[in-house]
Ligand binder design. Structure first.
Ligand SMILES: [Mg+2]
Length: 311
C-alpha cells in the first residue's frame, strides 16, 4: 500500500472519528441516549432503502413537545367550548382524582360526554387547535417533510382525536398524502355537532396492538415494505407495530419529563430525554439511508461499526 493511500486512509479515519464525536455530542445536547442494542439494530438498518420503510408514530407528546396540551386536553380546557361541557369533561383530566376510571372506560366516557354536549362544533376545530398550547417537537415538521419527499408512508397511531391531529398537521403544512391517521374520529354526518366517535371500541393507549387490524388498508397497500421505524412517548406506543410483518426495525421513545427512563430504555432501542428532546437524530437515520453522508457512512461502517451479525 502506498504511503499516499495510507495517508488518505488515516485522514478519512480521523474525519470519521471527528464526525462521530461531533454527532454524539450534538445528540447528547438533543437528549438522545442509545440503549443496549442500538448499534447492532442500527447496523441492521444499513442496507435499508427509503422504499423499504414504513414509519409508525404516536402523536401526542411524540410529534408534539412533551409539555404540549394533548388532543383530549383541549376538550376540558378551551373556553371556546360550552361551560357545561367543560364542567363535565374536565374532571376526566384530573389524574389525581379519576384513578378509578382507567383503561378503555376512560375513552368511552370522554367520547360519550362529547356526543352528549355536541362538542366540539365542527366549525370551531381550526380555532380550537390554533389557540391550543400544542407545539411541534423540535425537528418534527422537518422530519415529516423529509418523509413526504422520500415518499415514505407514515401511520400516526394515536389514542387522541383524528380531527385535532389532522387540523394540527394542516396548520403546520404537514398534512401530506403519505400520512394516514389511525385515531378516534368524530362523525359529524351533515351536522356541526358530533353524532358518534369511531372506531368502536376506541383506540386507546392500552389497545394500540390493534393498529395492524384497524389500519389494515394502510398495511396491505404497503405490504412490501419490511423496515419499520416506530416512535412514541408511552411504552405501549411500541404495541402499534405488533403483528406488522417486518425484517428490521428501530424504535425511539420520548421520555419527556418523566424522572425515570428505565421502562422506556427497556421498551425502545433509543430514548430522547426532555419535553423538548429533538427528532433530529431520527432525521439523521433517514439521511444515512439516503446516502447524503456516503463518505462518512462508508468509512464508519468499514472501520468503526463492525459490531457483528445484525439481529
Ligand atoms: Mg403520546
Amino acid at each position: 500500500m502506498s504511503s499516499l493511500s495510507e495517508f488518505t486512509g488515516a485522514v478519512l479515519s480521523a474525519a470519521a472519528a471527528w464526525w462521530l464525536i461531533r454527532r454524539a455530542s450534538r445528540r447528547a445536547e438533543q437528549g438522545w441516549v442509545a440503549c443496549t442494542d442500538w448499534e447492532v439494530k442500527h447496523q441492521s438498518f444499513s442496507g435499508v432503502e427509503s422504499d423499504d420503510l414504513l414509519f409508525i408514530t404516536d402523536f401526542d407528546a411524540t410529534l408534539t413537545s412533551g409539555d404540549s396540551e394533548q388532543c383530549h386536553d383541549l376538550m376540558g380546557s378551551s373556553s371556546l367550548l360550552s361551560a357545561e361541557f367543560r364542567a363535565e369533561f374536565a374532571p376526566l383530566l384530573d389524574w389525581a382524582s379519576n384513578t378509578a376510571i382507567d383503561g378503555v372506560e376512560w375513552w368511552d366516557r370522554a367520547h360519550s360526554f362529547m356526543i352528549k354536549h355536541g362538542m366540539p362544533p365542527r366549525q370551531l376545530i381550526p380555532r380550537l387547535v390554533r389557540e391550543a398550547k400544542m407545539t411541534p417537537r423540535p425537528g418534527a415538521l422537518e422530519l415529516l417533510k423529509r418523509l413526504e419527499t422520500l415518499g415514505v408512508p407514515v401511520l400516526i397511531v394515536s389514542a387522541g382525536v383524528s380531527d385535532v391531529i389532522e387540523e394540527f398537521l394542516r396548520q403546520h403544512g404537514a398534512l401530506s398524502e403519505n400520512v394516514t391517521i389511525c385515531s378516534n374520529r368524530l362523525d359529524y354526518a351533515a351536522d356541526s355537532a358530533p353524532k358518534s366517535v369511531s372506531p368502536d371500541p376506541p383506540i386507546t393507549s392500552f389497545t394500540k396492538q390493534y393498529a395492524y387490524q384497524s389500519a389494515s388498508t394502510f398495511f396491505s397497500a404497503h405490504a412490501d415494505r419490511r423496515a419499520l421505524i416506530v416512535l412514541g412517548d408511552s411504552v405501549t406506543d411500541i404495541d402499534a407495530a405488533e403483528h406488522v410483518p417486518y425484517h428490521t426495525s428501530l424504535s425511539v421513545g420520548f421520555v419527556n419529563s418523566r424522572p425515570d427512563q428505565a421502562a422506556h430504555a427497556q421498551a425502545f432501542d433509543a430514548v430522547v430525554q426532555g419535553s423538548d428532546g429533538s427528532l433530529w437524530p431520527v432525521m439523521e437515520i433517514l439521511e444515512e439511508m439516503t446516502e447524503r453522508v456516503p463518505l462518512m457512512r462508508r468509512v464508519t461502517s468499514n472501520h468503526l461499526f463492525n459490531t457483528g451479525t445484525p439481529k
